[in-house]
Design a protein around this ligand. Structure first.
Ligand code: FAD
Ligand code: SF4
Length: 523
């Protein structure tokens, strides 16, 4: 219903958020470019609800400015509000209200946001503006939130694997009729090889900064100097064209070995065979289904093996879609979950990067410089440590949301709180991703450079992950010992002598007591 104070023929206001930079966005598809007005705004509230990495803010602002220019060139009227515009009200809502009034909008049409926080804001727009607000489903995802809710209904277990198979059938990706290519749905078991540093490991493309990006870098350098991470060198793609170049580069150079070395970690190779496209897909510069079709073509044309193409496609149509479904199914209570009742304050070194543990130093150091760590670094180094140390999952969640360029709550929260911290009690994973130093040693070259001895369980110089691992099992036995997938670990723990068990408990306690807790506002 148009508002009584606005002419029915006035323009619709089309707010577009920083993660909606897609020309095919649902709200653009229904809009009329000759009449309607697109609103894009760099607002202070969105930059500080967690202290985002400087590179993340720079990436999103520059990508937004380039997208606005792309829309403008395509004939749209774009109202673009810069962060340093003196009239900028500082929040999405204040900018929507101001724009709606200025253009005498007849209504607002918006594509559903990625985050619960923003959905709540949109819920107040009708009241705030007196205008009708139409919220459209975000069809850049393969599975709508309603479809996911239908899939989840009446299921005892919401495991990703079954959802993934449905997405394969729905898209036809890697299907031979009704059967999966290669007669198996999942080739994960073949994707666990450790890697060796060599000259042939591909590097992601590094893009030159144009005038727009340089202006953004100046702004971010001045306004967000206290935020985590290094701003420069800044080399991310900030346009669709460059994001596509990175994707093509990966398909040619990284995808063939993506599967084999998916879980490997190397000190000198932060990116290994990973694609580095999550930030581009999440911001809307790349379309997830098109990305998967191109990966499938590499397999069909015989350039990459099936385990690589399947592994890559599973991450996107499986994990990525699945975590979004879980997020919208379970929010807002999901964010409050703390199944293991973990309450320790996050250690200071997560923000400073200063620690003697070589694996954490590598993963956090790289996070500071690149706003990137690959999945196994996030899950089995920083995530594993936080899990074993019993760190408050809310603080862990805020850390991940702040430090990665690809972090938006809908994808970050289920990965952190569910997959990595087991704070949802096993909704996402059937057991916690807890591991001793042995796993890190097997999959990386970190331990060789570490002052700790990965082979030692307790005593002087022993790798802290070892005592922490067994202590974690011991501390959480009441909640985990009955888990069938943990039976073997608990059987091993029970075989320790009383003295060995006591040494584990004491070493873990001493190590944890020695951690410097983070003090809010230090970083
Ligand atoms: P690749 O390894 O090349 O994988 C290809 C693509 O698959 C990625 O670009 C991404 O789009 C998708 N993908 C892979 N794994 C996942 C997953 N578990 N969930 C969703 N999509 C996936 N991913 C984010 O996009 N944003 C986050 O904020 C985020 N937070 C994470 C927090 C934790 C604790 C963990 C364990 C994982 C998190 N992930 C997140 C998932 C994953 O680590 C990143 O998507 C991946 O590392 C991005 O790098 P890449 O593009 O090189 O991925
Ligand atoms: Fe990490 Fe332990 Fe290996 Fe050191 S020895 S790098 S702390 S796993």
């Amino acid at each position: 219903m148009p508002s009584p104070r606005t002419p029915a023929a006035g323009p619709a206001l089309i707010p577009i958020f920083g993660d909606q930079l897609s020309l095919g966005l649902a709200s653009l598809k229904v809009a009329d470019k000759r009449r309607d007005v697109v609103l894009m705004a760099e607002v202070a509230d969105e930059t500080v609800y967690v202290r985002h990495h400087k590179k993340k803010i720079a990436f999103l602002f520059s990508a937004m400015r380039h997208f606005a220019a792309e829309l403008d060139a395509a004939g749209w009227t774009v109202r673009y509000v810069r962060l340093d515009d003196t009239r900028n009200g500082g929040s999405l809502t204040s900018e929507v209200v101001r724009a709606a009034r200025d253009i005498e909008a007849r209504g607002i049409v918006v594509t559903e946001p990625g985050e619960w926080r923003v959905a709540e804001m949109i819920g107040a727009w009708e009241r705030e503006t007196g205008l009708p607000v139409r919220v459209l489903s975000d069809d850049r995802f393969l599975c709508s939130t309603a479809e996911f809710a239908g899939w989840a209904r009446d299921r005892k277990s919401l495991r990703m694997e079954f959802f993934y198979r449905d997405m394969r059938r729905k898209t036809g990706l890697l299907m031979e009729g009704d059967e999966p290519a290669g007669e198996r749905w999942n080739f994960d078991a073949e994707n666990r090889k450790p890697a060796k540093a060599d000259l042939f490991i591909p590097k992601p493309l590094r893009f030159e900064n144009d005038q727009t990006t340089r202006e953004v870098l100046d702004l971010v350098g001045q306004r967000f100097a206290k935020h985590f991470g290094e701003l420069e060198p800044f080399w991310f793609a900030v346009t669709r064209r460059d994001a596509e170049k990175q994707l093509k580069h990966f398909l040619k150079t990284g995808l063939p070995k993506f599967g084999d070395y998916q879980d490997a970690m190397l000190l000198s190779e932060p990116f290994l065979y990973h694609s580095l496209v999550s930030l581009y897909i999440n911001a809307g510069l790349l379309d997830p289904l098109s990305v998967c079709r191109l990966a499938e073509k590499e397999y069909r044309d015989g350039r990459v093996p099936l385990n690589a193409a399947e592994g890559f496609i599973r991450q996107i149509i499986g994990w990525r879609e699945y975590v979004r479904g879980i997020y919208w199914l379970k929010m807002p209570e999901y964010a409050e979950r703390n199944f293991l009742e973990a309450e320790r304050t996050i250690p200071d070194f997560y923000w400073s990067g200063e620690t003697d543990l070589a694996c954490l130093r590598a993963a956090i150091g790289q996070t500071k410089s690149e706003a990137y760590a690959h999945h196994i670094q996030r899950l089995m180094v920083t995530g594993n440590f936080a899990l074993l140390a019993g760190i408050d999952p809310k603080q862990v969640h805020e850390w991940y949301l702040a430090v990665y360029a690809d972090a938006f709550e809908w994808v970050e929260l289920p990965n952190t709180l569910g997959m990595s911290q087991f704070a949802d009690g096993g909704l996402l994973g059937s057991k916690p991703y807890a591991a001793s130093g042995n796993y890190i040693n097997r999959m990386s070259d970190y331990c060789g450079t570490c002052r700790y001895d990965v082979k030692k369980r307790t005593g002087e110089g022993a790798c802290p992950f070892n005592a922490l691992y067994w202590d974690f099992l011991d501390r959480n036995a009441g909640k985990l010992a009955s888990n069938p997938r943990m039976t073997q670990m608990y059987a091993t723990w029970r075989k320790f002598t009383k003295a060995e068990q006591e040494a584990v408990r004491q070493d873990a306690r001493e190590f944890l007591d020695g951690l410097k807790p983070w003090e809010p506002d230090t970083y």
